[in-house]
Design a protein around this ligand. Sequence first.
Ligand SMILES: [Mg+2]
Length: 191
Amino acid sequence: MNILGPTKTFALDFDSVLADTMVIWVKEYNERHHTSITKNDIYAWDISKILPITPEEISKLFNYVWEYRWQEIPPCEPNQNSTIENIHKSGFRISILTRRERPTVSYVARWLDHHDIFSDDLIFVYDAMPKSEYPFDFILDDSPINLIDITAPKIGILFDQPWNKDFQWPFRIKSLQSAPGIVLGEDKKII
Ligand SMILES: [Mg+2]
């Protein structure tokens, strides 16, 4: 308990919510394949339906980008650190919850340090357990697959990205700065 009442947990996905990974993923793809696709061309979750690339190559490229080009990966938006700090100050635990393969784990911490982003914990998911089973009150994620299993009282918020435009979901935001409006209620904006 704190002065604001029981602490709730706000879980944040990492790739494509905090780190705009696909910007550098497509750059690397273009360099290798002599193409000129952009992040906006990735209009479906399953990239292998859009580009001639296998799921194995997709994740190999993802891992490569994190190991060798992580410093180039931009934040999804400016001032993420102060937005997250404000959410934390209003009584939320910040839990970063990311599914990835072991070789890229250390680069997540480096990226978060580099961009001065606070979290109470940092959880790496390796196995098949759905994110929805982890402890949180709210989760912000760009993946429809991670949101569909969420049941009340947990609330899933979709982070708008080109690959999730067709997914119908009650809470969709284009900026992390809109998150407090949902987790605190529209009348209690803190930013
Ligand atoms: Mg993601």
